[in-house]
Ligand binder design. Sequence first.
Ligand code: TEU
Ligand code: CA
Length: 580
Amino acid sequence: MTTNSKWWQNAVFYQIYPRSFKDSNGDGIGDIRGIREKIPYLKELGIDAVWLNPIYSSPNNDYGYDISDYQSIHPDYGTREEFEEMLREFHSQGMKVIMDLVVNHTSTEHSWFQSSREDPEGPYGDYYIWRDGKASGPPNNWNSFFGGSAWKYDPLRSQYYLHLFDEHQADLNWANTRVRNEVYRIMNWWTSLGIDGFRMDVINMISKDTSFPEDTRVLDPLVVKGTPYFVNGPKLHSYLREMRQKALSGDSEIFGVGECPGAEFDDVLQLSGYDREELDAVFQMDLMEIDHGKGGKWDIRPWSASDFLLRLSRWQQGLDGRAWPANFFANHDQPRPVSRFGNDGEYHYESASMLAVLLLSLTGTPFIYYGEEIGMPNADYLDISDYRDVDTLNFYHYEREKGKTEEELMNKIRYMSRDNARSPMQWTGDEYGGFSQQNPWIPLGRRYKEINVAHDRSGGPSIFAEYQKLISLRKNCPALSHGRFVPLKSEQQVVGFKKLQPEFQPEGDYLIYANMSKERVNVDLSELLSFPPDTAAVELVYSNYKNNQWEKKLKNRKQDLRPYEAYIVRILGDSDKELH
Ligand code: TEU
Ligand code: CA
């Protein structure tokens, strides 16, 4: 049952990290008015919907993922009125807005948490996960994703509370019905303001095994202990069904996409299968883990294009007809894709546009992360004092204590730190990058003078323009957005696949080829195309090289793919018979 009836199935999303997008009042922090100023820019790009990272009240230990009041806007970003104005403006431009919903945990500054620790017998006493310690320490050996134990002792309550992330992010007790109803009430409050959906933070971790067992597996020291007992936990599906009933069912136009680290194929089917009444789509991390070793994200490994294709295929083919994919190469937790999967030096333009071809040819909803449309590279700060991210700083300090060298750690951090993707949007090459009038809260990426929107759009090759073209192409080619995905065998460095025309709008199949390397590679087309060379049956609809030599290539039946060359070809009529 592939449908195209929901708005998000035809939408191209743009993710905004509000703190770093555009500062309107010169305090060095991006804000709501800044986002509003850039609505025309998003419109020009061809965006249909935005996802905003959290803008609620927060002490910012994890920059908004530690919420102290779910119904108020952090003053750094503006006011409720400004938010509503911005929302109206997006809507009047035909764009939707979804918000981050962070309800696995709250900030320890949330009034619920304060009441919970002060008054264990009171109405909030059971809002969090409190346990007595064992003789010599915490209740069990579970770890926080940000390093160290997942338990923190609170001297006031004389108990430990669970925090899967930073110690200022206390996990809510979803086993408590009142907690769940409170979350649904907040969701309904936001949708009644007019927002169009939620991106649900670590939503597959809300249900814990309430016997809190020790994790006895033998693991790499960097691996988080305890995950089998809280990732996709025992009551997850019943909570999500209840959420759908109580907070999402009245209006089937509200989009719910869940961020689900550690969700494997069957989990994703259960979380978002068309018949499941749980989530509309899932962000799974398979592709983002392509360069992770056994020790996780800081255990960095080389990746290959063939593995890239394998990971795309697994989900594109596996979910086909069963669940709707959410596709992304970047977000606020990941390195910049042009630095990770492309080449941010000599082939910056070619590799960034090649990645655009891949992202925008996949079935599902694509999410473009701010700056991706101009190939913003990793911020690449050289000094640890330039980093703001709690995950990065904890890693640095823990590992320094263990005796790792500065150099070894900085090499990892310059590649993998989440701050690589949180630096201010590079609008111009002026001081502060056109982001602010003032020193921003986090330094500009080191290469903002050469890589910025103004320069990209000043007449030379433009990555922005390629995104524009590909977004509009996708809108006119349902095979790209909705078609069945068929991987093609090819050279190691090449990602090739076919997209079949969907039944609801048959207008031809497509071939997509992308060279993910800086070497020239030959792709033998005769294996794939058995059309007479001079029929009009094959049409080049996109190429990221100007001089694409298409006619010649077609005649020779050999594709000489140049560095990071990518193209999309339309095959008119039924290509099934001709291709093997
Ligand atoms: O991230 C969840 C998550 O597990 C990771 O991607 C995490 O950032 C990484 O493992 C750190 O090493 C979500 C948010 O996207 C992230 O920004 C938040 O910090 C986190 O939840 C806690 O709310
Ligand atoms: Ca500001």
